[in-house]
Design a protein around this ligand. Structure first.
Ligand code: SF4
Length: 432
């Protein structure tokens, strides 16, 4: 039985694509191995959103070059955002790689596999998410039409292209029949879904269709651009029972001059209004955000506007990154990266500390509450699951609760997770 090794870094989209590629290889009789040593096929799914990620990719490719010298029959395949649309220069730089294919371009991989005369029927397995316990990721739109000046994604994943509604519904029905209870719809710009499809269905339409899929109990989605979150969508979040009350809404900065230099396309007043509207129409909604500090030219005063935003809006989660110039992006070509790394680290530290105290208070507010949890797996002897607002919960019990909706009482809290005692199967589960 041929073996494969999967190396994956980066976003949820990468994770989901790696799961699919793994599912496809296993459908073809490959067996997953824990190390590349002696593997017949090494598949790397890469990320270059920051310099540190790109360094890891180059490091792994260097290591594989040495391994391949000792096992010349090993095939090395690289995909993800490290792969430019024209990988000519990469082929020269890394001649030991057998195939480069751009993110999401599965057909280039399948035809290469077919050419390798490894028996292969069709690409269907790639159209189906691999199950990960009771949850699965389902990419619905690839690419991005915005060109935020710091971002490499549009150059590596191309323009937005959505999967047809019926194809997504068909996949999710199949997942539900396989016991999947929760799906997360994926897109770099999920709220742009459908604008390129005949009849221009939007994300609200897709959510309404998926809300009717029997057996599915929860629907999540990632990542929303503040410019594209409209009233129709907010109404769908409020109205559709299976759509969870949480949203990822990257702000990136709390300062208007910086937002303009990033070409984000909204003002901080508009962002604050949107958050208020979401909280008004979707009670208890959890909001997570992304923040970049140290963007070229960001002054101390402008940074303080970001601190004010985080303090005022009290996000459930804040993903913080120090600005890292990405070759080929507008900012890397036009805006000198003048903020010293130490200063960037200081700014990251300030936001991290502030967010930890906010997250701690938010968690404390759940102490003693009865909350519904979808149980995903057992970790270190405890059941692990998530609330509808994406809070991580742990509880102990001898019975097998994998994939169950249960009600628990929160007994203790930390900024990042909750401990609980089991009360019963969830009232909702008991009702269905
Ligand atoms: S919206 Fe901006 S940050 Fe997000 S993927 Fe598109 S270009 Fe990148």
């Amino acid at each position: 039985m041929p073996t494969y090794y999967l190396w994956n870094i980066g976003c949820q989209m990468n994770k989901s694509e790696s799961e699919r590629l793994g599912g496809y290889l296993e459908a073809e009789g490959y067996r997953l191995v824990e190390t590349p040593r002696g593997a017949d096929l090494v598949l790397m799914n890469t990320c270059v959103v920051r310099g540190s990620a790109e360094e890891r990719v180059v490091g792994e490719l260097g290591y594989l070059a040495g391994l391949k010298k000792r096992s010349p029959r090993m095939s090395i395949v690289v995909t993800g955002c490290f792969v430019e649309s024209k990988p000519g220069a990469l082929k020269e730089r890394f001649p030991h790689v057998d195939l480069w294919f751009p993110a999401g371009k599965y057909e280039e991989f399948t035809s290469w596999m077919k050419a390798k005369t490894l028996h292969w029927s069709s690409a269907d397995p790639l159209l189906t998410a691999a199950a990960n316990g009771p949850t699965a990721f389902v990419p619905v739109i690839q690419g991005c039409d915005y060109f935020c000046t710091y971002c490499i994604v549009p150059y590596r994943r191309g323009r937005e292209h959505s999967r047809p509604v019926d194809e997504v519904v068909c996949e999710v029905e199949g997942l539900s029949r396989r016991g999947i209870k929760e799906i997360t719809l994926l897109g770099q710009n999920i709220n742009s879904y459908g604008h390129d499809l005949p009849g221009r269905p939007d994300l609200a339409d897709l959510l309404a269709e998926l809300n009717d899929v029997p057996g599915l109990v929860r629907i999540r989605f990632l990542t929303s651009h503040p410019r594209d979150v409209d009233g129709r969508f907010i109404d769908a979040m409020a109205r559709l029972g299976k759509v969870c009350e949480c949203i990822s809404l990257p702000a990136q900065s709390g300062d208007d001059r910086v937002l303009q230099a990033m070409r984000r396309g909204y003002t901080i007043a508009q962002y604050r209004d949107l958050v208020q509207e979401l909280r008004q129409h979707v009670p208890g909604i959890a909001i997570s955000t992304d923040i970049i500090v140290g963007f070229p030219g960001e002054t101390e005063a402008e940074f303080q506007h970001t601190v004010d935003l985080v303090r005022d809006l009290r996000f459930d989660t804040v993903h913080i990154a120090a600005y890292s110039p990405r070759p080929g992006t507008i900012a890397s070509r036009t805006l000198p990266d003048t903020t010293p790394i130490e200063e960037k680290k200081r700014r990251v530290g300030i936001i991290e500390q502030l967010q930890e105290s906010i997250a701690s208070e938010i968690s404390l507010g759940l102490q003693g509450r009865r909350i519904e949890v979808l149980v995903e797996r057992k970790t270190k002897g405890k059941w692990e699951g998530r609330t509808r607002t994406d809070k991580l919960v742990f509880f102990s019990d001898n019975a097998d609760h994998t994939g169950e909706l249960v009600d628990v009482e929160i007994t203790s809290t930390s900024p990042w997770s909750l401990q609980a005692t089991l009360l019963s199967r969830s009232e909702k589960a008991l009702a269905t």
